[in-house]
Design a protein around this ligand. Structure first.
Ligand code: BGC
Length: 880
């Protein structure tokens, strides 16, 4: 009922109350809370003003007036362009169907960032004057502090800060924010991110102090297996910070990094992303960041010339410590060597508590697996030293967490510990980009639930500012292929909208002049254009738009996406992607491959299938974003590629390419198989799976779509069989071997150690299928304003369901098969959405809702019973 509804989750650019927004035409979204059936919005009005009072009786910056529309997201701001630092307050009024009076939301606010380089008064400062050739050795971290006084209490205080390196910053001794490893990884030659903090509460009248700890971070760590340092140029340990105090009369004072800052050595002797941190607690200076500390012996900071480096505001969730884990066991495989097992592979670090004489040196090493002898096995970490060293100050019980490094591990080895450690001496700290969890799932199969959990843990471990391939070895790079295959799953499990938008900003700056999208972002490997990898430049924006309904991402990426498609077309006039396929990884790590990139499926087939897919997605995105001509153009391109694909790869008996599983999966999923041959193709795929003993043979590119290709073409039975398989190669095999995260290789337990991560999310892509076909929740329109509810029905599974918090509100399903075999589904759809339910049924069966025959039930082409519903709670049953 309309009276009981309220407006919730007011978001600007899909972010809750952002500071430092940069879009001058942001987009609004909201959800409606209420439990009535068929609750829907028929009109909205957005008001934006400088303060809350003005929302009541103006003047507004923008007042949309009443707009007759059901749209509750992707509503673009229509006022005058916004300017740096501008604070905006907004609210929305909604008219619900059948209600005369609008429901009015509370006020929400956002604030603009520093939009122009001229807004930065702060110098870059360093603790030492620049030295030629520096930047090639890890530097000790430094302390920096700056005193300042205020005569009056400011009404607002904002701290804008970034570094060439990584920083932790405090005001009057209190840590500002809870981000780790800021600023996150970018191509620092082209852009860096700054963070905006509201520090109003931390400023006092009289003396105040800003303190910063500054280490190497991503900027200065050696990169990947090349072990190159200083790839970004200027020496590290440079800070740029600007504190702006606004007083009641509107006056603004700025305290910025300059030559007045003072510097001293810190207890961190070395810190490095891959290698770890060395911390000497004897060098701690208690109270150094608080008021009243005597810094007269500290050296002045040096303002340093730093090339014009574009700074962008970080509005994506920071890397945070989100969970603490207790170890599950402790062993001593050899005298003085203690090994902790956390029972879970994850990314983060360990928190150590110890007591001992000053100078005691304790070492922590990290690994994903143990050898036969119970010792750490670290060969798969390659060049990464992943070692933290702590030197005790001898001040009683001391606790240590590293500042500027992270590790991917399940086991920690402790040596040099004074005495015998207990389990309580170590805790695991789980860290990652703190994207909100939006999806959960549960079935009657504990195996499938564990596959889902493993994928979620690999997702947690690999959202580290950018989407990384792995968190442990000397790599941890933004591999585009891995992200692309995983993003359907990722965007169910977590709200990755802002996270991905930030990453796509890096993709844009990394795009080659020719139009090639990179294979890895942001790090410069100079590899680009590989099918299934570079295509992430199109697939990620499309995935965001489908999941979050935001056409802003299409606008941001449109021109780069066009250039990418133009580049493929320019090199491949006959519409088969034969030329310029970059490094051409193919169906990477497929089961039959001896070497990772072996051609187990023809690579021109893979490339052409992805090109067709790109063209189809471009046509859809063009239509959605007000580009009708381009929609026609890309649909025509898709047609041409489709015809060429068919002529080149598909034969009249339904065989495709070399008849590998991936040869069928990609064209089936991308709609490239003519209707008349679909069944033949699916049967070939199914029979290859059967021949192998109900086993898959796919690699990175085929696997994500394998189960859909089967289930969408009438072979749900084979799809479920693959899911429940526990012999090699399968997801279940990993679980049967004790995996707690997804493995990089199907044969992680026996594969080549030089490339064998146990925490790689790519094969976790299958979780997208689990949400769509086991929870049964899929978008039927962008942003889930229409939902397809289509749980599959298989006698081996008696129960399933899930919950997904969409931008339209939470969607919930729970289904079971009763003792009598009767299939029932509980469904809740949020206000302002519609649903199309499709439940498998035998001839003669009927659809009940709430115990009564459902009016309007129909059958689709597969024989499934269908029902169109509005919002609210439903109980469906398939009855005989
Ligand atoms: C990474 C991958 C990546 C691949 C490219 C590997 O080293 O870990 O996951 O996609 O290289 O071929």
């Amino acid at each position: 009922m309309a009276e009981t509804a309220s407006v919730a989750n007011l978001r600007v650019d899909y972010i809750d109350r952002p500071l430092g927004l940069e879009s001058t035409r942001p987009r609004f979204s909201w959800t409606i809370e209420g439990s009535g059936r068929d609750l829907k919005q028929v009109g909205w009005r957005v008001q934006v003003a400088a303060d809350e009072a003005a929302l009541g009786d103006g003047p507004c910056l923008w007042d949309s007036g009443r707009v007759e529309s059901r749209r509750s997201f992707d509503v673009a701001y229509g006022g005058p362009n916004l300017v740096s630092r501008q604070r905006c307050v907004w609210r929305v009024s909604l008219w619900l169907d059948g209600a005369a009076e609008p429901v009015v939301s509370g006020a929400s606010a956002w604030e603009m960032g520093l939009l122009s380089p001229d807004d930065w008064a702060a110098d870059w400062i360093a603790a030492t004057p620049p030295v030629e050739g520096a930047g090639n050795t890890p530097l000790p971290a430094v302390l920096m502090r700056r005193k300042f006084a205020t005569l009056e209490q400011p009404v607002a205080a904002r701290l804008y800060v970034t570094a060439l390196g990584a920083y932790e910053i405090s005001l009057n001794g209190a840590r500002v924010g809870d981000a780790h490893l800021a600023p996150e990884s970018t191509d620092f030659r082209r852009r860096a991110l700054y963070q905006t903090h509201d520090v109003t509460q931390l400023i006092g009248v009289g003396e105040n102090v800003i303190g910063a700890l500054l280490g190497d971070g991503w900027y200065a760590s050696a990169f990947a297996w090349k072990n190159e340092r200083g790839v970004f140029g200027a020496p590290p340990n440079r800070l740029r910070a600007q504190l702006e105090l606004t007083f009641a009369d509107g006056r603004r004072e700025t305290v910025a990094t300059d030559g007045v800052w003072r510097c001293a050595p810190s207890p961190i002797l070395r810190s490095e992303i891959y290698d770890g941190e060395v911390y000497d607690a004897r060098r701690e200076l208690p109270g150094w960041s608080a008021k009243g500390f005597d810094d007269s012996g500290w050296a002045p900071a040096f303002p340093v010339e730093t090339l014009d480096l574009p700074l962008s505001s970080q509005v994506s969730p920071p890397i945070r410590a989100t969970l603490r884990l207790k170890p599950v066991s402790l062993s001593q495989p050899s005298p003085g060597v203690f090994v902790y097992d956390f029972g879970q592979n994850f990314a983060g670090w360990a928190r150590l508590t110890a007591e001992g004489p000053a100078g005691t040196e304790i070492q922590l090493r990290f690994a994903e697996i143990l050898g036969q002898d119970g010792q750490l096995s670290t060969e798969n970490l390659r060049g990464a030293k992943v070692t933290d060293t702590v030197i005790l100050a001898g001040r009683g019980q001391e606790t240590f967490e590293p500042h500027f490094t992270y590790h991917g591990f399940r086991y920690v080895e402790l040596t040099g510990f004074p005495g015998e450690p207990t389990l309580a001496a170590l805790e695991g700290v789980v860290a990652h980009s703190d994207c909100e969890v939006t999806g959960t799932l549960e079935t009657s199969s504990s195996l499938i639930d564990q596959i889902w959990r493993n994928s979620v843990w690999s997702q947690r471990s690999n959202l580290f500012g950018v989407p990384t391939d792995c968190p442990q070895r000397d790599e941890r790079l933004g591999w585009m292929g891995d992200a692309q295959v995983f993003w359907d799953a990722a965007s169910y499990t977590m709200d990755v909208d802002a996270f991905t938008r930030r990453f796509l900003g890096d993709v844009r700056v990394a795009q080659r002049r020719t139009g090639g999208f990179p294979d890895v972002t942001p790090y410069e490997l100079r590899w680009d254009g590989s099918p299934g990898w570079a295509d992430a430049g199109v697939i990620l924006p499309w995935t965001l738009w489908r999941k979050y309904g935001d056409t802003g991402v299409i606008d941001e990426m449109w021109e780069p996406m066009v250039r990418w498609l133009d580049w493929i077309a320019a090199n491949n006039p006959d519409h088969i992607w034969r030329h310029k396929r970059g490094v051409d990884y193919g169906d990477w790590l497929a089961v039959d491959a001896v070497k990772p990139g072996d051609e187990t499926t023809p690579k021109d087939l893979i490339g052409t299938a992805f090109w067709a897919h790109d063209a189809a997605l471009m046509a859809e995105m063009a239509a959605a974003s007000g580009r009708p001509d381009e929609a026609v153009e890309y649909a025509a391109l898709r047609e041409r590629i489709g015809r060429a694909f068919e002529a080149e790869f598909i034969r009249s008996d339904g065989s495709i390419g070399n008849d590998s599983q991936t040869s069928h999966v990609l064209p089936l999923r991308f709609g490239l198989v003519p209707d008349a041959l679909r069944q033949a193709s699916v049967e070939r795929l199914a029979s290859d799976i059967a021949k192998r003993g109900n086993k898959l043979s796919t690699g990175f590119l085929g696997t994500p779509y394998l189960l859909d290709a089967l289930a969408d073409n009438g072979r749900e039975d084979v799809a479920v069989g693959l899911l429940l398989q526990t012999e090699f190669p399968s997801w279940g095999y990993m679980v049967s071997r004790g995996a707690t995260t997804m493995w990089e290789r199907w044969n992680g337990d026996t594969g080549d150690v030089s490339m064998n991560s146990f925490n790689h999310y790519a094969y976790g892509a299958i979780v997208g299928f689990l949400y769509r076909r086991l929870a049964g929740i899929a978008p039927a329109a962008p942003g889930f304003s229409a939902v397809e509810i289509r749980p599959l029905d298989d006698p081996r599974l008696d129960r399933g369901g899930g919950r997904y918090v969409s931008v339209s509100g939470p969607i919930e399903t729970s289904w079971r098969r009763g003792d009598d075999g009767r299939f029932s589904l509980d469904l809740t759809l949020p206000p302002n959405t519609t649903g199309r339910v499709r439940l498998a049924a035998r001839p003669g069966q009927t659809l009940l809702e709430g115990g009564r025959p459902f009016d309007g039930a129909a059958r689709d082409e597969t024989g499934a019973l269908t029902a169109e519903v509005g919002s609210g709670g439903y109980r469906f049953e398939v009855a005989s």
